[in-house]
Design a protein around this ligand. Structure first.
Ligand SMILES: Cc1cc2nc3c(=O)[nH]c(=O)nc-3n(C[C@H](O)[C@H](O)[C@H](O)COP(=O)(O)O)c2cc1C
Length: 181
């Protein structure tokens, strides 16, 4: 089978996630094309793939604009395929943030008109060295809010790689013909 993974990333965690997923799917014997939606020159035909994964991260309560445009422009093609939407956020790292994380997905669906077959809320990362003063303030006051981290100065990767791996394995194998690997 052929898989398209279209993604948006701002500080790189979603890119790390999609590269890991791509390797996993290739190891299961399938072909994968990665497409960065910020690449406007891309000449991509989503309808030519068997299954599609769309992944992006949340900043200031929304996913990348380029990712929204990709989903909007291709919503009919996406709707016709087995799809999964992977939404990476910090809210998803906290039990009390899950409703908020799902809210970002609901707004994405409302804006783009594409209703993914499945969606997965994935916890992202904190990489202080890459933010600068303003991003740090946004994170502290609008994202983390009253949530206290043990070591707020150090980088954190909250991504649950096992959860991701299992979800991707299910999605890959669902209705798939057996392949020789
Ligand atoms: C400036 C800034 C704003 C953010 N805003 C949100 C937000 O509104 N909600 C949220 O859950 N996470 C928010 N995050 C956390 C990111 O979603 C998280 O760091 C994610 O791993 C980023 O993925 P990326 O590296 O692929 O862009 C924000 C992060 C930054 C740096």
């Amino acid at each position: 089978m052929t898989f398209l993974i279209a993604y948006g990333t701002t500080e790189g965690q979603t890119q790390k996630i999609v590269k890991t997923i791509a390797n996993q799917i290739r190891e299961l014997g399938h072909e994968v094309e990665l497409f960065d939606t910020s690449n406007l020159q891309g000449d991509l035909q989503p309808e030519t793939f068997d299954k599609i994964i769309v992944a992006g991260s949340v900043h200031e309560k929304r996913h990348q604009e380029a990712l929204e445009l990709f989903a909007m422009a291709n919503h009919r093609q996406l709707q016709a395929k087995p799809t999964i939407f992977i939404s990476v956020s910090l809210a998803a790292a906290f039990e009390d943030g899950l409703a908020e994380a799902q809210g970002y997905v609901d707004s994405f669906i409302e804006k783009t008109g594409w209703r993914p077959e499945q969606n997965l809320l994935v916890a992202g990362a904190l990489r202080h060295g890459e933010y600068g003063y303003f991003k740090e303030q946004i994170l502290k006051f609008f994202v983390l809010k009253n949530r206290k981290l043990k070591n707020p100065q150090i980088d954190h990767e909250f991504t649950d790689w096992n959860l991701l791996k299992n979800a991707v394995a299910d999605f890959t194998q669902k209705n798939a013909e057996p392949v020789d690997v």
